[in-house]
Design a protein around this ligand. Structure first.
Ligand SMILES: [Zn+2]
Length: 84
C-alpha cells in the first residue's frame, strides 16, 4: 500500500529526505513540511550541509555520490564528537 505523503511520520519523512534532496526534487514543497516545522528546520540544515559539500567537492559528481560523501562526513563528525 502506498502511503499518503500527508500522513508520514517525521521518522518516515526523514528516512526519505536524503533521497528526496539527492533526486533534485523540490523537497520544500513536500506536504509533510507544510505541517512540520521540525522537519523544515532539518531540511534547512541539510541544504546548508549540501551547499557546503558542493563547495568542498565542486567537481561534477553524481548526486548519489555526493550524498555518500555527506553521510560519511556526518558519521565522522558524530563519531568524533561522541568520543571523548
Ligand atoms: Zn516532521
Amino acid at each position: 500500500m502506498t502511503k499518503d505523503p500527508n500522513t508520514l511520520t517525521c521518522q518516515e519523512f526523514q528516512a526519505q529526505l536524503p533521497e528526496l534532496v539527492g533526486s533534485g526534487e523540490n523537497v520544500a514543497a513536500h506536504p509533510h513540511l507544510r505541517t512540520c516545522p521540525l522537519c523544515r528546520a532539518l531540511l534547512t540544515d541539510l541544504e546548508t550541509i549540501a551547499e557546503a559539500a558542493r563547495q568542498l567537492f565542486p567537481t561534477q559528481q553524481p548526486k548519489e555520490d555526493l550524498w555518500k560523501r555527506i553521510e560519511s562526513a556526518i558519521e565522522k563528525e558524530e563519531s568524533s564528537s561522541s568520543q571523548d
